[in-house]
Design a protein around this ligand. Structure first.
Ligand code: GLN
Length: 486
């Protein structure tokens, strides 16, 4: 068994053939992950007791001849913004350094019930704010493909773990591209489902109207299986959708001939040449599979970055108000006399606890929501959001899916964009539109640059058409030989 390249199907086959038990697999996976982690800093902490207990439950079921679930024994990494009962959940922030949640996120409950084995919690930008994983209070993550480069963000640890082989699959969260962009930088599959497809219960809120939990895998099939297992209505999240969840994996039948695909003109402006070359090659491959590709226009794309950074920061300023040193968080022990008041304590705690990016966003968000600016910024951004959604609505009257780049450039060097937040915000130019419209979208590997850096192709589909999106991605991955290609 080669732990670093296992897929879910191989785990299932290995368990069925008694090549290894779930406990043996969990022990080797933990040992391997712990030994490899210093190279990338992908995991913030491991949870061996929980992993072994889950693996034992799987072995007991198998011994009793029971069905141990579709994810039986599968090593899983969980982004540290998704709460896990009894296991620290820091959100990459000093403020929550010692926070141990009293409950599990719904996604975590469902995956564990299906037999998954959580190895540990992965590093991320603080409260999922960032595009490079450099905003973590616990140090950056290194891209396993090129250790001097970022893995992308904010779910950089989860993408890196899957690329490095220290987890078979992982959970991330995507508010403006935080699953797809790191997936493309690390050469793995990353999926942002339709808004509401997966319960957000237990996902620490950044911008609630944009937040999604999404899966990472080394193959499209693995990501699809993870999604179908955790998706579906949840009473604990009133925004979770009632729409039935079909089996995505049962529909990976390669039937893509005749599909009409749209290539949005606006997504090729400012694209690095080698990334563009890979996408154009991918388009040729899709044509060879019988897809019909036509150029389309999504004109409101030009407003997407400012629109996102107004709505996301507005929601963040409100969501992050709860971290005040009274609930959840570490309280600053200020000795300064002028801070010996309630508001002084808040100020000291939030001043010390939040990193620079969180503070920047809280201030920006408070500003755009404040009296006198609300109409000019927040309300305007909401209207632009509707225009962006309408662009997609119109496009999907003509095409079955949209194909585009994920990021304007491949993984950049650690430190390269740190001094310029605007430049960093532009990393998300092709991904935030999908979140603003609430449609399903994903990144699938489509080759590498001459320096060996992975490039991802983005597929965007109609609301709740994850099945069609996965079918196309799977056919593409197989035709191009991209499975596990990082
Ligand atoms: N990079 C974007 C941001 O910093 C997206 C983050 C995310 O999707 N969580 O807001």
């Amino acid at each position: 068994m080669n732990i670093a390249s296992l897929t879910i199907e191989q785990v299932q086959a290995g368990l069925a053939a008694r090549q290894f038990s779930a406990v043996e697999l969990a022990k080797s996976a933990l040992e391997f992950a712990q030994a490899e982690n210093p190279k990338t800093n992908a995991y913030l902490h491991f949870c061996p007791e929980r992993a072994l207990a889950a693996a034992e439950r799987v072995d007991q079921k198998l011994a009793a001849g029971e069905n141990a679930g579709p994810l039986a024994g599968v090593p899983l990494a969980v982004k540290d913004v998704i709460v896990t009962k009894g296991v620290r959940t820091t959100c990459g922030s000093r403020l929550l350094e010692r926070y141990v949640p009293p409950y599990d996120a719904t996604a975590v409950v469902r995956l564990e019930q299906a037999g998954a084995v959580i190895l540990g919690k992965t590093n991320c930008d603080e409260f999922a704010m960032g595009s490079s994983n450099e905003n973590s209070a616990f140090g950056p993550v290194r891209n396993p493909v090129a250790l001097d480069r970022v893995p992308g963000g904010s779910s950089g640890g989860s993408a890196a773990a899957v690329a490095q082989g220290t987890a078979v699959v992982a959970l991330g969260s995507d508010t403006g591209g935080s699953v797809r962009q790191p997936a493309s930088f690390c050469g793995v599959v990353g999926v942002t489902p339709t808004y509401g497809r997966v319960s957000r219960y237990g996902l620490v809120a950044f911008a609630s109207s944009l937040d999604h939990i999404g899966p990472f895998g080394r193959t499209v099939r693995d990501a699809a299986l993870l999604l179908e297992t955790m998706a579906g209505r949840d009473e604990c999240d009133s925004t979770s959708a009632f729409a039935p969840v079909p089996s995505y994996t049962a529909q990976l039948d390669g039937t893509v001939a005749g599909l009409r695909l749209g290539l949005p003109r606006e997504y090729f402006e400012g694209l690095a040449s080698e990334s563009g070359d890979r996408i154009h090659q991918a388009v040729e491959l899709l044509k060879n599979l019988g897809c019909e590709v036509r150029e389309i226009s999504l004109p409101a794309t030009q407003y997407a970055v400012p629109c996102y950074y107004i709505i996301a920061t507005a929601e963040a300023s409100s969501n992050l108000a709860r971290y005040d040193g009274v609930r959840y968080t570490t309280r600053a022990n200020s000795t300064r006399a002028n801070e010996d008041t309630l508001s002084g304590m808040y100020r000291a705690t939030r001043g010390e606890g939040f990193g620079a990016e969180c503070k920047r966003r809280i201030m920006l968000g408070t500003y755009v929501l404040s009296h006198g600016y609300y109409d000019a910024y927040y309300l305007k951004a909401q209207k632009v959001r509707t225009l962006i959604a309408e662009d997609f609505h119109k496009a999907f009257a003509e095409v079955d899916a949209i194909v585009a780049p994920v990021s304007p450039f491949p993984a950049f060097k650690i430190g390269e964009k740190l001094d310029d937040p605007m430049e960093m915000y532009l990393s998300d130019i092709y991904t935030i539109t999908g979140d603003l419209a609430g449609i399903p979208c994903m990144s699938v590997p489509c080759g590498k640059t001459s320096e060996g850096l992975p490039v991802g192709m983005q597929i965007l589909a109609k609301h709740f058409d994850e099945a069609g999106m996965f079918r196309l991605a799977d056919a593409f991955e197989k035709a191009g030989g991209f499975a596990g290609s990082n």
